[in-house]
Design a binder for this molecule. Structure first.
Ligand code: SF4
Ligand code: SF4
Length: 348
């Protein structure tokens, strides 16, 4: 990389820090190598940089005044506007963080919301939202947030919402790489500002329980192998994310770990109106159906599929391991007269 490195400033606001922890799990390449590869220099990150206290505050002041150029501002965690819009619930170096974030965002070339808190308010804005938490450019699904619906960074883009709770390290690093290469335009973001390279998928895609989903062979209790949608709250068919294609830590995902997808990349995920691991139903039919399927079709297909469920799938859906293996195709006999089952016996 011959051109000057892009200078990235990272602010942690009202969140749990989980998005940074997730980023630290980046692998192939790891975080340090990935940033170097894409020509990105960390100007300051509260967990990665040595500067703290007055030194860090001076750096943030310089960025707010435009004396320190910020190419990429990453904000993790929601903006806490309370109490009563003062921002005093969260001070950063003595100044309300909301003020610092707004000033730096208006000077930054790109603004990236890291995680659903920074994008839409997330967990921090759940319930009665006494923190007056919001995202950088959204308040849940409503455009606005701290910076306003019309905000555009110096590069001409809205806030790039790398939503997820936590967000996947690959989503953050690929977003930064695309920015560094000048390959992220407005058309590469979806209606909610999420990069399409991961948000054009559903968490359902690639889920290893898909065969159970097809037959509506459902797990009834945690630990069972069936689809988690009908009884255990899975919303993978409504979650824009490629979690089951781009695995976590090289091999995992929520559903592979036996935990329902809770739609954490969506603006309203934190207030589902029911327990995360239960499926609300009306007359036995799940309320939250797949995004693009009319209810009547779903009901008709589901009852047909249930009626046609093979024994193997029905049994395995309610077991904590594979009890019935797929059948082995019978071998054709050399004389072609009849097929042989494994073990040599002629099949009738
Ligand atoms: S999006 Fe989730 S993981 Fe990230 S800071 Fe917010 S609560 Fe934590
Ligand atoms: S468990 Fe969830 S993501 Fe997996 S197949 Fe069922 S609905 Fe889809």
């Amino acid at each position: 990389m011959t051109s000057a490195p892009l200078r990235m400033l990272w602010i942690q606001s009202g969140g749990c820090g989980g998005c940074t922890l997730s980023l630290l799990c980046a692998e192939r390449p790891d975080l340090e190598r990935a940033l170097a590869l894409h020509g990105i220099e960390v100007l300051w990150h509260p967990a990665l940089s040595e500067a703290t206290g007055s030194e860090a505050a001076a750096l943030l002041d310089g960025a707010a005044r435009g004396e320190t150029v910020v190419d990429i501002l990453c904000v993790e965690g929601a903006v806490l506007r309370g109490p009563h819009g003062s921002g005093l619930f969260h001070r950063l170096g003595g100044v309300p963080a909301r003020q610092r974030i707004e000033r730096i965002a208006r000077r930054a070339r790109h603004v990236v919301a890291v995680g659903t808190c920074a994008a839409f308010g997330g967990i921090s804005a759940a319930g009665a939202n006494e923190l007056e938490a919001c995202g950088l450019q959204y308040e849940r699904e409503e455009p606005g947030g701290l910076l306003g619906a019309g905000f555009r960074s110096r590069a001409g883009l809205p806030v790039i919402n790398v939503a997820g709770c936590p967000t996947h390290p690959g989503w953050v690093l690929t977003t930064l790489a695309l920015i560094a290469r000048g390959e992220l335009g407005a058309g590469d973001l979806d209606e909610l500002g999420r990069p399409r390279f991961y948000a054009a998928r559903l968490a359902h895609h690639g889920c290893d329980r898909n065969e159970f989903y097809e037959f509506k062979a459902s797990a009834e209790r945690p630990g069972q192998g069936g689809c988690l949608m009908e009884h255990l709250g899975c919303k993978g068919t409504q979650a824009h994310a490629d979690c089951n294609l781009r695995l976590w830590n090289g091999e995992g995902s929520c559903t592979r770990g036996g935990y329902a997808c809770i739609r954490c990349t969506e603006p309203d995920f934190a207030d589902p109106g029911h327990g995360f691991l239960s499926t609300p139903k009306i007359a036995g039919i799940p309320v939250g159906l797949p995004l693009d399927m009319p209810k009547a079709w779903f009901v008709a297909l589901a009852s047909l599929a249930k009626a046609a469920t093979p024994e193997r799938i029905r049994v395995n859906a309610h077991a904590d391991r594979v009890l019935v293996a797929p059948r082995t195709r019978p071998r054709a006999a050399p004389d072609g007269s009849a097929a042989k089952a494994p073990g040599g016996r002629r099949r009738r």
